[in-house]
Design a protein around this ligand. Structure first.
Ligand code: ARG
Length: 469
């Protein structure tokens, strides 16, 4: 039986095969191979393998001399892979990154390579690798989110005194400062970062040492592995550990939520940048032209921000559908997790810097913003004036409503109505300072409590945001 007895060298690109009479067909291989996706886990695979070699030595499964050979071999594998070109990656025949690293380890370290996979399975290995990768990706994502928050904050600081309309139901509502509007987009990102930090805790649970499903029969020190690899805890159940992708779904949710927030920033800037609004001008750097209409300047970056949200939401719903109904333990369905995860991170890694750049280079037209605040937007302030004179709000609302109707009938704006009409509608308008009643700045300044749009409140808001940056 020369084939089984001859040598410890495994088949070229597969880690299994002893019990098979035939290898997989080309069609099966094409479907089954995950190397084109999981190749990017090579650093994590090497790091996990080095930690595992150490754990095997400490457990007495390999000698310390063998461990040294494995360590040196893995270091060489990493050094080789770090120089690989796209063409070299494309030419690798291996089933997945774990098979590839082990094959190269044979080349570097010889037969001792065959001892590394003792007590370990690709099931706990891939879960470990992808969690490790995600820990790094979460940090990068957090930094990108923070940078966008900074861009919003920098703009807000320039526009604490710029007055603009706010909208409810997309109808002019009340004046706010442009800073207040800008910061309204920074706080959702603060919540995203909180969610990311919380999800990170659940990502940082080590599956290694769970084996294929039932655990490891050798006395490896999982806590030491956890510490070596920078995890927070070890998984408490091996059956769960090899199947748990809750953390993938959670990260995909957080990223979908980020996508929704970026989409809403995009929508505001698209709308406010249109000729009809003219509140903002998106820099040429983040705009594109039309191949047909010479005058066009399109806010493509913001449209892509809006569009990519759909893709991120799709990633989340996809993984949930994949996980639903899986029997316990590892199933190959789980191989689908990485493509969704990588795609979501890649999408945000491309999108977030462009959104931050768009915000940083945004021109806010203070004159157009202020001009869009009409007197009707101060109707609530008129009612509040009556409230301060002792009129119940509901009644004040009705009285000012009559003034609004009168202005509509006269075809004038609210502040153009004759003063005696105000007094006729309510004697409490007698002696009022109409100049300041119709000053948007006064409306802003009145809203001085925490979370309000008054310049001082916004100043505090900026300080609060600075604290989370
Ligand atoms: N490529 C696989 C994945 O991404 C690795 C785990 C394979 N495990 C197995 N028993 N075939 O999930």
């Amino acid at each position: 039986m020369p084939e089984t007895a001859a040598t410890a060298t495994p088949p070229a690109a597969r880690l299994w095969g002893g019990r098979f009479a035939a290898g997989p067909g080309a069609d099966m291989d094409r479907l089954n191979r995950s190397l084109p996706v999981d190749f990017r886990l090579w650093r994590e695979d090497v790091a996990g393998s080095r930690a595992w070699a150490g754990a095997l030595a400490a457990a007495g499964v390999v000698t310390f001399a063998e461990c040294d050979e494995l360590q040196a071999g893995l270091a060489h594998v990493a050094a080789r892979l770090s120089t690989w070109s796209d063409a070299e990656w494309a030419a690798a025949p291996d089933e997945d990154i774990h098979s590839l690293v082990e094959r190269l380890l044979y080349q570097e370290a010889g037969d001792v390579a065959g001892k590394l996979h003792t007590g370990r399975s690709r099931n706990d290995q891939v879960a470990t690798d992808s969690r490790l990768w995600a820990l790094g990706a979460v940090s990068r994502l957090d930094a990108l989110l923070r940078d966008l928050q900074r861009a919003l904050l920098e703009q807000a600081e320039l526009h604490r005194d710029t007055t603009m309309p706010s909208y409810t139901h997309m109808q002019r509502a009340q004046p706010v400062s442009a800073a207040h509007w800008l910061l309204s987009h920074a706080w959702p990102l603060a919540r995203d970062r909180e969610r990311l930090a919380e999800a990170r805790d659940r990502v940082a649970v080590l599956p290694l040492g769970s084996g294929a499903i039932a655990g490891c029969p050798f006395p490896v020190d999982r806590v030491l592995l956890q510490e070596t690899l920078g995890f927070r805890a070890v998984s408490p159940n091996s059956v769960d550990a090899v199947a748990d992708r809750d953390w993938v779904a959670e990260l995909l949710f957080v990223m979908a939520m980020v996508g929704v927030h970026l989409s809403r920033i995009g929508e505001d800037l698209i709308l406010f940048g249109s000729a009809e609004f003219g509140f903002v001008r998106v820099s040429d750097r983040y705009s594109t032209g039309s191949s047909l209409m010479p005058q066009k300047r399109n806010p493509d970056a913001m449209e892509l921000a809006r569009g990519k949200a759909g893709r991120l939401i799709g990633g989340l719903t996809g993984i949930l559908a994949t996980l639903k109904g899986l029997p316990s333990g590892y199933n190959k369905d789980l191989q689908e997790d990485k493509e969704a995860l990588f795609d979501a991170f890649d999408t945000l890694e491309a999108l977030l810097p462009a959104v931050a750049g768009t915000v940083r280079t945004l021109e806010i037209d203070e004159v157009r913003c202020a001009a869009a605040v009409d007197a009707a937007m101060l109707a609530t302030d008129l009612a509040d004036h009556l409230v301060r004179r002792g009129v119940p709000f509901r009644e004040a609302h009705g009285l000012v409503g009559r003034l609004v109707r009168a202005a509509e009938e006269f075809g004038c704006s609210l502040d153009e109505l004759p003063e005696d009409l105000f007094v006729k509608v309510s004697p409490h308008f007698g002696g009022a300072d109409f100049g300041s009643l119709f000053a948007p700045e006064a409306s802003l300044a009145a809203r001085s409590g925490p979370g309000g749009t008054a310049p001082d409140a916004v100043k505090e808001q900026i300080a609060k945001l600075r604290a989370v940056l």
